[in-house]
Design a binder for this molecule. Structure first.
Ligand SMILES: [Ca+2]
Ligand SMILES: [Ca+2]
Ligand SMILES: [Ca+2]
Length: 459
């Protein structure tokens, strides 16, 4: 059933001339019994080939060609019959020769015998599996179609693509593909490039067999291509390094030389003042319906004044999923946040999302700390498990202690970029002024050591 028709060479039935010598040794003739030579409208599908029995002591070699695929197979059998899958709409030519068991003393082939198959039943409608989401790359989109578990003799498929779900002529792109299955995998992928940006497309597919018979259309699927590039003006505060009076974050990691080798542009890393770099942050876009579906993620930098920029120091400018998009913001030792109101990415060329403003709704309850009337991400998740814990199993405080050596609480570690440095001053400190342990205690409420603060995100 593996057709592989595009790679198999076509060569004429091996027979006659080469095996004249064998024919002379074994002059008996073989006769096709089923299908009879010259048969037409032979039912396609599983077909039992049979020929004149030569009795015990002989085995047979069968050679099969089709007018569409060329050479199909050559195989041996010890009985005078062979089951074979006949595709619809083919003209098959086959031959059989025989030899005593254990020898290669072949007889001649019987005269080339030809039969034609019917058109078979229409193939089942395929299913359109991919794409289905809002974030399809318009420059290169793979369509993934599935043709059922036993697709009889599907040869090609037809894919229609339109912005109108009724697929009107003149507004519909038609793409033909070859369904070259491998055994057990009845799916096909076809790539379409240069789709329009920021557009909702509908698509459907149908299968075509070798007779040209078409299956019904699949059900209609749809997807959105990404928008044209948008500029994202993003802003957040990390409470760990945030000065509550000036509302500027410390750039102690940068001044301590701990942000080297991160691929940050030198001019960006050397900036001082409000635009000095504090640390890396990660921003993700999400499907606003399937909120745990991460679409795209970007590794970015946060400045002392909260502005989020690329490693080259610019606002993020990217193509986004068409329609509503949600965003989440992450930092390695602060709890992440998820923006509750999805943003319509197609509405304008610029998106402003300021997580420091109390007026920006976030998912969950107390998703951030409030510092001087502004929002700031909760610090203290040293072990990056989405919770800030001061006591008990997997708590974050013990990690701070073990980072400074585990036994002498007044020990400190400097010169390392470490998650335990929660106030991000370049020093890991468990006790004394400006220690990192108290940051954990403040985040969980400051009074009940067993309290736990959990990230307010829907994933
Ligand atoms: Ca700035
Ligand atoms: Ca934790
Ligand atoms: Ca510190």
């Amino acid at each position: 059933m593996n057709k592989s028709k595009h790679i198999r060479p076509s060569y004429a039935l091996v027979p006659v001339v080469i095996f004249l010598m064998g024919s002379a040794l074994f002059p008996r003739s073989l006769y096709a019994q089923n299908p009879a030579c010259g048969s037409t409208n032979v039912p396609s599908g599983n077909l039992n080939l049979s020929w004149a029995n030569q009795g015990p002591g002989f085995y047979y070699e069968i050679t099969m060609e089709s007018n569409i695929y060329g050479f199909v197979f050559v195989t041996n059998t010890s009985v005078p019959s062979l089951q074979f899958f006949a595709d619809p709409g083919h003209i098959y030519t086959w031959g059989v020769r025989f030899a005593p068991v254990g020898t290669q003393d072949w007889s001649g082939f019987f005269d080339a015998c030809t039969f034609a198959t019917d058109c078979g039943s229409y193939p089942n409608a395929p299913a359109c599996w991919v794409p289905t989401n809002y974030d399809v790359d318009p420059s290169s989109c793979n369509f993934f179609l599935f043709f059922g578990n036993s697709p009889l003799a599907i040869d090609d498929f037809e894919l229609e693509l339109s912005t109108d779900p009724s697929f009107p002529g003149g507004q519909t792109q038609t793409i033909y593909g070859s369904a070259s299955f491998s055994l057990g995998d009845y799916s096909s992928t076809i790539n379409v490039s240069n789709l329009a940006v920021g557009t909702k497309f509908f698509y459907r597919a149908r299968a075509i067999n070798d007779c040209g018979s078409q299956s019904p259309w699949s059900s209609v699927a749809w997807f959105h291509t990404r928008t044209a590039p948008k500029t994202l003006n993003l802003k957040l505060f990390l409470k760990g390094p945030l000065d509550a009076t000036t509302l500027l974050m410390s750039d102690g990691l940068r001044t301590g030389g701990l942000l080297q080798n991160m691929g940050i542009s030198p001019s960006v890393l050397s900036a001082t003042g409000a635009n000095a770099i504090v640390d890396e942050v990660l921003v993700w876009s999400h499907d606003p319906v399937e909120q745990d579906y991460f679409l795209q993620g970007w590794l970015l930098l946060v400045q002392r004044d909260g502005d989020i920029v690329t490693l080259a120091g610019n606002p993020l400018t990217v193509a986004l999923p068409l329609g509503n998009v949600a965003f989440s913001f992450h930092h390695r030792n602060h709890l992440p946040v998820y923006v509750a109101n999805p943003i319509n990415a197609n509405a304008s060329s610029t998106i402003n999302l300021d997580i420091t403003q109390l007026s920006t709704p976030l998912y969950g309850t107390q998703a951030t700390a409030t510092v001087n009337g502004r929002r700031a991400l909760w610090p203290g998740d040293v072990n990056s498990d989405g919770q800030v814990k001061y006591a008990g199993v997997n708590n974050d405080r013990d990690v701070v202690l073990s980072t400074v050596g585990g036994s002498v609480p007044t020990a400190t570690i400097t010169g390392q970029l470490d998650n335990a440095d929660l106030n991000m001053d370049g020093v890991v400190k468990y006790a004394g002024a400006n220690n990192d342990r108290d940051v954990i205690l403040q985040t969980i409420g400051g009074s009940v050591p067993t309290a736990v603060r959990t990230a307010q995100v829907p994933f």
